[in-house]
Design a protein around this ligand. Sequence first.
Ligand SMILES: [Mn+2]
Length: 300
Amino acid sequence: MRRRTFAGRLERRLPAHASFCEKAARRQDFQKEKEMKFIHTGDIHLGMSPDCDHPWSRERAQAIRETFEEIIRHARERDVDFLFIAGDLFHRQPLARDLKEVNYLFSTIPSVRVVIIAGNHDRVRPNSALMSFTWCPNVTFLMSEEMDSVVFEDCNAQIYGFSYHTAEITEPRLNTLDIKDNGRIQILLAHGGDSRHLPIERSRLAQSPFSYIALGHIHKPQVLLDRRAAFCGSPEPLDKTATGPPGIFFGAINPRTGSPGFPGNPDKRPPAHLPLYYPGNAGSGYCIRPECTGIPFPHH
Ligand SMILES: [Mn+2]
């Protein structure tokens, strides 16, 4: 990948006799060029009741809400610059009440820039409450069906994405993006990856200028393209096929190289997948959390 043009300023050495002003300006540059920390999540499916034919289903629905609150806590405590939500935040079309609830949570992390796209489950419909909803200032919902982006000058970042307006997108739109490296930290949010939902050709994605591609839709966490892209996976097991440890991705972009990695050490360690709890029984025929249901752990 081409190096960021932004690096030019950082590599410039100041002479020993640089004035106080020059040094102060340089420090400001460093401030601007500090690593950009993010949490990447998606497929939360708020409002879903997993295992709906079982008595613990209501508790599972509650666990999904609590896990989302835990993600907000992570965003605050890890002091991230961005929270990316790569689609299917909601299990179905959100009502105004649902939007208010999550907007309240976002309002508790005002310094975190939240960027959201809609997935196939919570796709934007013409009568959606989303249309007239006013998010708090730190939230950007990229609602357009066409590729859109939002620029954050203070961290030299541009976040791209588009939302589902239909149940399926069979056209491989990610393979034909015409987005050039522009010297900013460019990040793509996208939802899909199977044949009926935005089929992805990895080699095409690898040629894109994005520092990181925050993917949603596949519920199992998976890192692609030598850590430049990942499916966040659902942070709670939603059905019995959920096997890996569900969680969130926590990473940082090195502003000099544009490469994603672990905060504090982005060049050496990849973004971390943080499991939010131990999914002892996911994949064993149930998706309950034994610690919150009181129902005996089903051993197999
Ligand atoms: Mn989906």
